[in-house]
Design a protein around this ligand. Sequence first.
Ligand code: SDX
Length: 383
Amino acid sequence: ENKLGEYMPGLEGVPATRSNISYIDGKQGILEYRGISIDELCKHSSFLETAFLLIFGNLPTEDELKEFDHDVLHRRRIKYRIRDMIKSFPDNGHPMDALQTCVSAMGLFYPIATPKDLKSPDYIRDVTLRLLAKIPTMVATFHMMRQGNDPVLPRDDLSYAANFLYMLNGEEPDLFMAKIFDICLLLHGEHTVNASTFCALVTASTLSDPFSVLAAAIGTLSGPLHGGANEQVMVMLEEIGSAENVEAYLEGKLTRKEKIMGFGHRVYKVKDPRAIILQGLARELFDKYGHDPYYEVALRLEEVALEKLAHRNIYPNVDFYSGLVYKKLGIPVDLFTPIFAIARVTGWLAHWKEQLVDNRLFRPTQVYTGKRDIRYMPIADRT
Ligand code: SDX
C-alpha cells in the first residue's frame, strides 16, 4: 500500500508528476503556459514562439525566434519513402491512424545513435524541429493522397499556419484565416497532465525514443473522451441540424445517460478559458465570411445544457467551439483531431524533455480483485 492508500479511478486528483510547464486553475478558469496567461499569448505571440516557450522554458529573443522559425520552416518536407508509405494507406482510414503510423515510422528513418543522445540538447533540438515541421506535412499529404491527388509541397515563404492550410488544397489562405488558425494551434499547445500527455510521460519514462513517445500519445488523443471529441461535436451539431431541435436532442441524450460531446472536464469546473477564446474566433470568422447555421445550434445547445448541467459544473470545453472555427476555415471534419495533435506536439515534447531530467520509471500498483490459489482444471473436465 502506498501513502495515499486509496484507489482513485482515473487517478482523479492524484499528482503524477512535478512540472513547471503549464498551470490550470479549474475553479477560476485560468490557463497559463510557463506562467503567462493564454489570453496574453493569444494577443501577442504566435504558435511557434509559444512552442519555443513551452519546450525550452522561456520566450525566445528576436534572434532565437528568427532562427527557430527558419529551422522549422525549412524542415517541412518529408522523405519520399514516407510519402510512398502514405500512398499505400487506405483512403477511408482515419487520419489519426495515418498520423500515428507516420510518427512511429519516423523512428525508423531517424534512429537514435546511442541511448546517451536522448538527453543531449542537440538531439532534443533536432527532434523537436523535425516533429514540429513534418507532422503537418504528413497530415496534409495523407489528406491529398486519399483523394487521389499529388501532395502539395510545403512553401518556405508561408508561415507555419498558412502553409498547413495551403497544403490541404493548394490554395493560399488569406492572412486573417492563417492568424485565426495560428491562435487555435497556440490554444491547443499544452494542458498539464491530460490523458495523452500522461501516456507520453509513461512511455518517456521507459527511455523510449521520442517518436514512440509521440505515437503513443497520438493514439491516446484520438479517443472521443479526449481529443476525438472535437470531431464528435461537429457530427452532433450536424445531426441536430437546427436550433429548435436542440432541446429534444439533449433531453434524449441525458435520459439515456449519454455524454454531450464538448462538455465537461476533469479539471475545469467553469467554462474552459480556451472555449471562450475559440467562440470569439468563430464569431470573428462569421462576421467576416458569413454566418454558419451550426453556430446557432451550438449557442442554443450551450444555453440548454447550462440549464440542465451547470449545477453539476459541466460546461463547454476546448472541443466545443474549435470545430466551428475549423469548418469555417474549410477543414474537413476528420482532420479536426489531427490538428489537435499538430498543436499538442509542443506539450508532449515539453513533458518528454522535463521527464528525462529526473526520470523514474512509471510503475504503479493495482488493487487485485481476482481469485487466488485456483487449481488448473484439465480441459476434459470443463463444462
Ligand atoms: C479534452 O484533461 C484534459 O486536460 C483534456 C483536454 C486537453 O486539452 O488535453 O482539455 C482536452 O480531452 C477535453 C474533453 C473532451 N471530451 C469530451 O468533450 C467528451 C465529453 N465529456 C466527458 O465524457 C467528460 O466530461 C470527460 C471525459 C471530459 C471528463 O470526465 P470525468 O472527469 O471522468 O467525469 P465523469 O465522466 O466521471 O463524469 C462525472 C459526472 C457523471 O455523472 P454521474 O455519473 O456522477 O451522475 O458528470 C457527468 C457524468 O455523467 N458528465 C456528463 C458529461 N461530462 C460529465 N454528462 C453529460 N455530458 C457530459 N459531457
